[in-house]
Design a protein around this ligand. Structure first.
Ligand code: SF4
Length: 505
């Protein structure tokens, strides 16, 4: 099971990890091959050339040493190391015209990933990409050493398409026809209403022993797939964190599933069977041994019922955890929050989105700002840290709404440790794009946005240029505010949440 570059280099990729664990539990020997983390190490250890300086490379290696060995991260030092690493990647990228390899993304100015057919034809001209050397010098020889003929490629982001297509050609040269799957392919299946396979380039017909993976559950009863550890091609210590972060979800879909701008509304909600999950987490904990471990509970929204069942496990194993929560009334209880902290919770992520109750109600976020205010302040009393996500530029947003968001953060700044500021992108399929008139918007109806690989679409608003106004507000109003500027400065750049958990521990 291969995960293509680039993914954030801080933890094993969750989708492939869970799938590989399901296969392993069926006695199908499965190797989880995180090509993304290996790719970063490949870039890091290349001999200096004219494209990058030896000093930039040394600074990048020092940065990785810091990420892997610091007891905790200091914001200013962390920022310097992140910038040094990113600077080296930028220098390294200059040998490939128009390409930019980053810590969390890769882009190419000449052919966008939305046009895989054009990119595939370009590859056939024998063109060299930032991946060519890695694929031929390291990945393919390793695959040959494993002596496997069955390879699955798991895709999460559009930018991984570049690598996937190049790998497809390299695998054909050794007579391997890979399968593809993953979150991105699931979205593309839904958008196109058929089995998406890049116009026949990839095999989607799984052999019979894998067919159980395709069974679609129609009930809300718990998912009962047993899980067992796969073989990890790269050890946990390769990731850019001081202790291993292991991701796992308690559920699929989102138990709330009502926010109107959510692109994931088609996913049915299902919990995992907790006893099976606990057994699996024990295996992971035993693998790490007596070292500290942090679990990233990576549900879209962590359901507290299943979480409560796991708290004794976390506590007895002295494991820590973090995850994405909703502002539920359950959290209006200091004793409960204290229990979470004592069981290993360190960081709670919340999608606040806006300080305007009107907008929250309009888009069905399903919580009151009064509750959010109290939850944040109670949670920080226990030692928990709060990571808040704001979303500007929602349809119908006014200057007054934005000011309310600013006021909310100012008022609660002592309880907000990290901030993520984002501009709204309109998912191609969601309630808002399905009923644009309800939200005073019009979709830009150009042909290129009809292509299946366009996951988001531009829009104009009859209320005026909301997006540019929101962008200006973030830049000239929000970030100029000394309180907010300080929170943003203390928020880890680029890698964000997976490093925030190590800030000032
Ligand atoms: S809480 Fe998050 S995942 Fe759940 S519906 Fe809202 S936006 Fe989607």
């Amino acid at each position: 099971m291969i995960t293509p570059p680039v993914l954030v280099p801080t933890q094993v990729p969750v989708g492939a990890f869970m799938l590989a664990s399901m296969l392993s539990a069926q006695n199908i020997q499965t190797i989880l091959y995180d090509a993304s983390i290996e790719y970063f190490h490949f870039i890091l250890n290349q001999s200096p050339q004219q494209f990058w300086s030896a000093s930039a490379q040394r600074r990048a290696q020092k940065a990785v040493y810091y990420f892997q060995n610091a007891r905790y991260f200091q914001p200013h030092l962390h920022r310097t190391h992140i910038n040094n690493f990113h600077h080296y990647l930028s220098q390294w990228s200059t040998q490939f015209e128009g390409w930019q390899v980053g810590l969390t993304d890769i882009s190419w100015s000449q052919i966008p990933p939305h046009d895989p057919a054009a990119f595939y034809s370009w590859l056939y001209k024998g063109s060299r990409t930032p991946f060519t050397d890695y694929i031929h010098q390291q990945l393919i020889p390793n695959i040959q050493n494993y002596q496997t003929s069955q390879i699955g490629i798991s895709l999460t982001y559009l930018s991984q398409i570049y690598f996937t297509l190049e790998l497809r050609i390299a695998l054909a040269e050794i007579d391997i026809e890979p399968y593809i799957g993953g979150a991105l392919i699931h979205v593309l299946d839904n958008q196109t209403g058929k089995t998406f396979n890049f116009d026949g380039l990839f095999n989607r017909n799984l052999p019979s022993k894998f067919k159980f993976l395709e069974e679609k559950s129609t009930s809300r009863s718990p998912i009962k797939f047993p899980l067992a550890l796969p073989i990890f091609h790269r050890p946990f210590r390769d990731y850019f964190t001081p202790v291993p972060i292991v991701p796992f979800p308690l559920s699929r879909g989102c138990y709330w599933n009502r926010c109107l701008f959510c692109p994931d509304q088609d996913k049915p909600f299902q919990k995992y069977e907790i006893t099976l999950l606990e057994k699996f987490l024990q295996e992971v904990t035993d693998l790490v041994g007596d070292k500290q471990i942090i679990f990233n509970i990576c549900d879209s929204s962590v359901p507290t019922g299943p979480l409560n069942q796991l708290l004794p496990f976390f506590k007895s194993n002295q494991a820590q955890f973090y995850g994405f929560f909703r502002f539920e009334k359950t959290f209006l209880n200091l004793d409960y929050l204290q229990r979470l902290y004592e069981s290993g919770a360190r960081l709670l992520q919340f999608g606040l989105e806006s300080g305007s109750q009107r907008l929250l109600n309009l888009f069905q976020k399903g919580f009151d700002l009064e509750v959010a205010d109290k939850v944040l302040n109670l949670s920080q009393q226990t030692g928990l840290k709060n990571y808040i996500y704001l979303l500007f530029g929602l349809p119908t947003e006014t200057e007054a709404d934005r000011e309310m968001t600013l006021e909310f953060v100012q008022k609660n700044h002592a309880a907000i440790h990290f901030l993520n500021l984002a501009l709204f992108n309109l998912p191609k399929f969601c309630d808002i794009s399905n009923h644009p008139e309800k939200y005073h918007i019009q979709l830009v109806d150009e042909e290129k946005y009809q292509q299946p690989l366009q996951l988001y679409v531009p829009f104009s608003s009859t209320d005026g240029p909301i997006r540019p106004r929101a962008r200006d507000f973030i830049q000239y109003r929000l970030q100029k505010d000394p309180i907010i500027r300080q929170i943003v400065k203390n928020t880890p750049a680029r890698v964000r949440i997976d490093h925030a958990v190590f800030f000032g521990a």
